[in-house]
Design a protein around this ligand. Sequence first.
Ligand SMILES: Cc1cc2nc3c(=O)[nH]c(=O)nc-3n(C[C@H](O)[C@H](O)[C@H](O)COP(=O)(O)OP(=O)(O)OC[C@H]3O[C@@H](n4cnc5c(N)ncnc54)[C@H](O)[C@@H]3O)c2cc1C
Length: 256
Amino acid sequence: MKIVVLVKQVPDTYEDRKIDLSSGLLDRDASDIVPDEINERALESALRYKDGQKATEIVVLTMGPDSATKTLRKMLSMGADSAIHIVDDALAASDMVQTARVLAAAIQRGGFDLVLAGNESTDGRGGVVPAMVAEILGLPLLPSLDALELEAGSVSGTCSIDGGSLSVRAPLPAVVSVTERSAEARFPNFKGIMMAKRKPVETMDRASLDLGTAAVAASVVGSATKRPARAAGTKIIDDGTAAQELAGFLASNRLI
Ligand SMILES: Cc1cc2nc3c(=O)[nH]c(=O)nc-3n(C[C@H](O)[C@H](O)[C@H](O)COP(=O)(O)OP(=O)(O)OC[C@H]3O[C@@H](n4cnc5c(N)ncnc54)[C@H](O)[C@@H]3O)c2cc1C
C-alpha cells in the first residue's frame, strides 16, 4: 500500500497571523511557520495503518516555498518514509485550482493507493483542494472523515452531518480528507528525528511535472486591506440601570 499525505506549512495559529498588504500573500516573517495540525492528523492515520502493515509506504507531499522543507522534516521524523517538495517561484500565489493541478500531477507521477489530506487548511481555508485533486485524478472522495479505517482494497469512515453521522466507504485508489476530530498525532521521538535527516526529500519544479497544455487562468488578489483595530467596548456599570442599558445596546446593534 502506498499512501500520499498532502501537507501544507502554515503560520502558527497561536500567534498573530498577518498578510503582506502589497501582495496579499502570507507574511512569513510575522509568525512561526509550522506544519498544519490537520495534516499531522492525516499522517497519523497513515502511520497507524503502517504500524500494523510494515510494508506500507508513506510519502508526504507539499507545494510551498523553500522554508516548507522544515515541515517535511517534521513529518519524516514522525514516521513518513520520504517526501516530495514542489518548489518554484512561478507557483507562488497559486490559487486553489492551480495548487490542485500541481499536486495531482505529482501524485500521478509516483503512483499511489490512497491520498490523505486535511479537510481545510488553517490559513487559506478554501476546503476544496482534496475534492479538486480527486476530480482531476478521476477518483472517489471521502470528505471530512472524523475517523477512518483502511483495508487492503478499500477505505471507510464516518463523517458528521447536521443531526447525525454518515458511514461511508470507497474502493482504493481514493482520496480522503480528515477533520480535527480524527487521529491525535504522535510526537516524533529521538530516533525518528535522527532518521529523518537521512530520509529522501525529492524536489520538483513546475517543469518536471506533466501539467498538460491547457492554460489555467489563475485568480489574483486585487488588493488586501488590514482589519480595522478593535474599538474599545462599551462598559456598563450596574447602578440600577444596567438591564435597560444592556437591552438598549443590543437593540441599537440589531442583536435583539
Ligand atoms: C512559493 C509559494 C508560495 C505560497 N504562498 C502561499 C501563501 O502565502 N498563502 C497560502 O495560503 N498559500 C500559499 N501557497 C500555497 C497555495 O497557494 C495554497 O496551498 C492553495 O491555494 C491551497 O489553498 P487552501 O489552503 O485554502 O486549501 P484547502 O482546500 O483549505 O486545503 C485542504 C488540504 O489540502 C491540502 N493542501 C492544500 N494546499 C496544499 C499545498 N500547497 N501542498 C500540499 N497540500 C496542500 C492539505 O492537506 C490541506 O489540509 C504558496 C505556494 C507556493 C509554491
